[in-house]
Design a protein around this ligand. Structure first.
Ligand code: AMP
Ligand code: ZN
Length: 113
């Protein structure tokens, strides 16, 4: 299996890293859509949100969200920010290893495109 984000998590591919621990890593998006745009991903390969299992529920899923919140605050997004997880082609997913987008430092509109 050749997964771009597994390669980043394993250190085989460089990324502009923000944070790492045993469960998750966070790095700046290569094509930022806002002044702050980073991704939080689990080290564990989970292809889409449909593949999230019960064992991932409380610890991993919560830790991804908490990491997003803490880093958003560290990057000056106290006034507001957005988290997004795209699921499958119809949801706009292009990399099939789940990731939480965190966007901030500009006004974000609703509904999204
Ligand atoms: P999605 O469309 O939700 O699957 O988001 C995938 C995101 O990964 C996009 O915002 C890309 O810009 C980003 N991306 C792709 N390759 C890299 C990379 N090597 N380093 C950082 N971000 C990447
Ligand atoms: Zn992967």
């Amino acid at each position: 299996m050749d997964c771009l984000f597994c390669r980043i998590a394993n250190g085989d591919l460089a990324a502009n890293m923000l944070y790492e621990d045993e469960q998750v890593i966070a790095f700046h998006d290569i094509a930022p859509q806002a002044p702050v745009h980073f991704l939080v991903i689990p080290r564990k390969h989970i292809a889409t949100l449909h593949d999230l299992s019960e064992e991932d529920d409380k610890l991993l899923a919560g830790h991804i969200l908490f990491t997003a919140q803490r880093l958003a605050e560290q990057l000056g997004c106290e006034e507001g920010f957005r988290v997004v997880m795209n699921c499958n082609d119809l949801g706009g997913q292009t990399v099939y290893h789940i990731h939480m987008h965190v966007l901030g430092q500009r006004r974000l509109h609703w509904p999204p495109g």
